[in-house]
Design a binder for this molecule. Structure first.
Ligand code: ADP
Length: 160
């Protein structure tokens, strides 16, 4: 059974992430989408909220599991016995960072953990969580970027 982990901040999940999730779920028998709970960052949504958003968005994809993790990705991979990491690539700017991360993870794991990259569907190539948060802050139309229930959560958050 081929399994993979798709780790990320997902603050919040966008249609760009969801597209990668669906495509990876078509290739792997099981995909664990895992929210990085980084205590040094102050995300807009807590790890539990980000997990809940992903759970709702992926509820109809049977081979996708949603979790969260802290610490090093390779330790999490080892704990789960899953050695394939999925990441998405939007542009050249992503490439440099993602290449560095994947090579570091490979080295740190003694060549056990490999990263598989999915290139973005073109219509989402400009889409990022930070862009979505900026639009939400000024009450812009989010319908092309996130599911409606996520847009509602964003609006609610920025009301405060
Ligand atoms: P990070 O995990 O780097 O903090 P994110 O949670 O936003 O950032 O993204 C998780 C992964 O999804 C990264 O590999 C990122 O490149 C990818 N990703 C984000 N948005 C898109 C998109 N619109 N199209 C394809 N991949 C994306």
């Amino acid at each position: 059974m081929k399994k993979a982990i798709y780790p990320g901040t997902f603050d919040p999940m966008t249609y760009g992430h969801l597209d990668i999730i669906k495509r990876a779920a078509n290739i792997f028998d099981e995909l664990v989408v895992s929210v990085l709970d980084n205590k040094e960052k102050t995300p807009l949504f807590s790890a539990q909220e980000r997990v809940n958003i992903l759970k709702e968005a992926c509820k109809d994809i049977p081979n996708v599991k949603i979790e969260s993790f802290e610490g090093l990705l390779i330790d999490y991979c080892e704990a789960k016995g899953i050695y394939v990491v999925v990441r998405g690539l939007r542009a050249i700017t992503d490439f440099e960072y993602e290449l560095q991360m994947s090579q570091m993870n490979r080295k740190l794991s003694n060549n056990k953990v490999d990263t598989v990259f999915f290139n973005t569907t073109l219509k989402y190539s400009y889409l990022s969580s930070s862009g979505v948060k900026q639009i939400a802050q000024f009450n812009g139309d989010l319908s092309a970027f996130v599911p409606d229930f996520v847009a509602d959560l964003l609006k609610e958050r920025f009301k405060r």
